[in-house]
Design a binder for this molecule. Structure first.
Ligand code: ZDP
Length: 382
């Protein structure tokens, strides 16, 4: 991102700053989103699109695509846009949610089975400088995706525009959202996802508890190319990364996860020290490792005791995030398989703790944590 901004000529940058508009230098300019952020408040007001137009119209979409000097010249001349910045039909209402700092733009798509924003637009909206800023975009969709008696279904795009199968923190946000929209008492929902049926329950204390289903451990189904090492799973499998051997356990929670407690030797002698861990150095090497053909989320984990671990995540398609729900579930499954923790465990993430239980009775993983509306607003489809 820094390199990207350096590419913008100073005059161009000045023009953008002075108008409040923003655009990527090599893409079509996008009208900014009309939104109000009231820090610390759950109550927000969306600016309607007419006020957004008034605010941003002086910068021409065509001008931004043209030479920077022309933009400045047009500004000086007080030139008005010949291109309407917004059209009501293109306005999409969104709700910005976060779960332990893993943040999402949530779109109410329940009136149509067609997703309202393209994957490219989602990637733009996730950008923290040129967009709203988020780790992904979540769509609350109509039911009938996995089975007929669903309440809703959920789709998601990562911040790079790729579509994962599941999103643990995201489904807590979705449950919180539909509960608010329905004005319902705390209740359980059946939500269809690309990873099958997932069942979040909004509790009276505001926390959301999610039945995340059974973990998938068969290596080809994760997917990864390891041979199974223990009970049909790849546990403490050796993986060469950056010229060293790491021991990893491969778990799918609908989406692929590679959980590690450290390098060979290190992982049994104190393990990873997360405070000193170079996440952005190692993360991308794990994410794109050829052992995981669909790429992978990676959890770097430090065991504190048999009921408490700390974990830093490098997400597939999103990089370092403050929390990952599916990743916390995969971490506890891996820790149990490696004999490091009990089945009920707190996973402390940079954004806060998640309570995870891998139930012995039915093999299902239950995740409990918060979800919170931060602000709402309106964006455009292009
Ligand atoms: O599998 C993937 O590509 C993930 N980046 C999806 C998002 C996972 C998430 N962080 C979670 O909480 O499970 C939303």
């Amino acid at each position: 991102m820094a390199a990207f901004q350096d590419m913008i000529k100073p005059t161009y940058r000045a023009a953008l700053t002075s108008t409040g508009a923003s655009a990527r230098p090599n893409r079509a300019a996008h009208p900014p989103h009309a939104l109000t952020h009231i820090p610390g408040s759950r109550h927000t007001t969306a600016i309607d699109m007419s006020s957004a137009s008034a605010l941003f119209a002086p910068t021409s979409v065509r001008g931004l695509r043209g030479s920077p000097d022309r933009v400045v010249a047009r500004r000086r001349a007080g030139a008005r846009s010949s291109v309407a910045v917004t059209a009501a039909a293109d306005a999409v209402k969104f709700y910005k949610y976060q779960g332990l700092g893993n943040d999402f733009v949530l779109v109410d798509n329940r009136d149509s089975s067609e997703i309202k924003l393209s994957s490219e637009r989602c990637a733009q909206l996730c950008d923290r400088n040129f967009g709203i800023g988020a780790d992904g975009v979540i769509f609350a969709m109509p039911p009938g995706f996995v089975q007929a008696d669903e309440d809703y279904s959920m789709r998601m795009y990562n911040s790079d525009g790729t579509e994962p199968e599941m999103c643990g923190n995201g489904i807590r946000c979705l449950a919180n959202f539909v509960a608010k929209m329905d004005g319902a008492e705390p209740k359980a929902y059946k939500v269809g996802t690309l990873a099958g049926l997932i069942q979040p329950e909004v509790r009276a204390d505001g926390q959301v508890s999610v039945d995340m289903g059974e973990p998938v451990l068969d290596p080809p189904k994760v997917p990864c190319t390891f041979d199974a090492t223990q009970d049909g799973a790849a546990v403490r499998a050796k993986m060469e990364v950056d010229g060293e051997t790491w021991l990893v356990t491969a778990v799918s929670m609908g989406n692929p996860h590679c959980v590690t407690f450290g390098k060979e030797g290190q992982c049994d002698e104190g393990g990873i020290k997360l405070d000193e861990f170079a996440l952005s150095h190692y993360g991308p090497m794990f994410e794109k490792h050829p052992t995981f053909p669909a790429k992978t989320n990676t959890e770097f984990t430090e065991v504190v005791n048999r009921n408490y671990v700390k974990m830093h995540v490098w997400e597939r398609g999103a990089g370092a995030t403050l929390a990952c729900g599916t990743g916390a579930c995969a971490t506890v499954v891996a820790a149990v398989l490696e004999g490091r923790t009990e089945r009920k465990c707190t996973v402390e993430l940079p954004g806060g703790p998640l309570e995870i239980e891998w139930r012995e009775s039915d093999n299902r993983v239950i995740m409990t944590g918060p979800a919170e509306l931060v602000f709402d607003g309106t964006c455009t489809t292009a």
